[in-house]
Design a protein around this ligand. Sequence first.
Ligand SMILES: Cc1ncc(COP(=O)(O)O)c(C=O)c1O
Length: 385
Amino acid sequence: MKISKIVEQIPPSGIRVFFELVLGMKDVISLGVGEPDFVTPWNIRERAIFSLEEGYTSYTSNKGMIELRREIAHHLKTKYGLEYDPEEEILITVGVSEGADLAMRAIIDNGDKILIPEPSYVSYGPIATLCQGKPVYIKTRPDNGFKITSKDIRASCDKKTRALVLNYPNNPTGTTYSKKELKAITRVVSASDLTVISDEIYCDLTYDFNHTPLPTLPGMKERVIYLNGFSKAYAMTGWRIGYACGPRNIIAAMTKIHQYTMMCVPIMSQMAALEALKHGDRSVQEMKREYRRRREFVVSRLNEIGLMCHKPDGAFYAFPSIKNTGLSSMKFAQNLLKEEKVAVVPGTAFGESGEGYVRISYASDLDKLKEALMRMERFLLKARR
Ligand SMILES: Cc1ncc(COP(=O)(O)O)c(C=O)c1O
């Protein structure tokens, strides 16, 4: 059967391609997947179970339950002083994945350019292409902590540039931005009349300073489509729930697409998310403490065994350089898997500028991380001999 040209043109996810190799291998320690090793906290699971017992099995409003939208508005207001109208400026989505898809579909016309800092989370470019937009990748550099600058943005903009995707803390580099750095970016965003799709899904996993949501900065609320969700901080990847906040015309446009494609997020996931926001913060803090402990261990061990690694500010990924091994990212990952049964993701899965790096997820228990790093050390000793 014939496949649409636009779909044929999109490559399969580099992470998936690599992990096909892992399937079927025994005793592999996988530091590959980007999801918490924790199970969703019990009170959240229990709320969903109870909602089923109570008979909540129907569709909800397309925008999502108003109680949940109100709770999100309350959460953003109390935590960040950020105000969104739950009636018209918030949409509950099937994860941030759907939020990113809807955001791009709502704003992109044929040939519009979308700036994407690279290395980048794997979905943005393909979604932009599916919308008939043109992803323009902006390479970030390790000597600048993989941060995009206003100069980079200015140099990449032309008349067709419609939007910028920001993701901080970042997958795969763990990099995030201070308020001051964000402010510098907002100046060029305004001057170039860009919309920003701001994926802040890892915001609660910022370790060394407070996270600044982009729409809290002057002039940004009317330009930003703010995406967030429950997958990472609340260990709720399987529940498929997130949310988008933005100007009402944008949320209305996104809702229109969502109406025809998803209708609504499953009601039990919405019930669970409501519980997460009301009573989940303690669990988030406990998980965050554990991630921080693992980050200290992983980063210091990587540097000790000779893989230079900057300290990630957030998320749960380390992104060490493997350049001094002389291997490409793919070869390094393949050999490490074959020889020591440790799976990491080649940096090139996140774009060309990921060459020379691998992504290591530390959302794995400390004993496993210790064993994995011991095996990596052995692998490097053999490779250097
Ligand atoms: C940066 C980023 N955005 C979005 C997602 C997808 O999140 P969700 O599970 O909410 O769809 C991920 C998942 O790895 C991610 O790393």
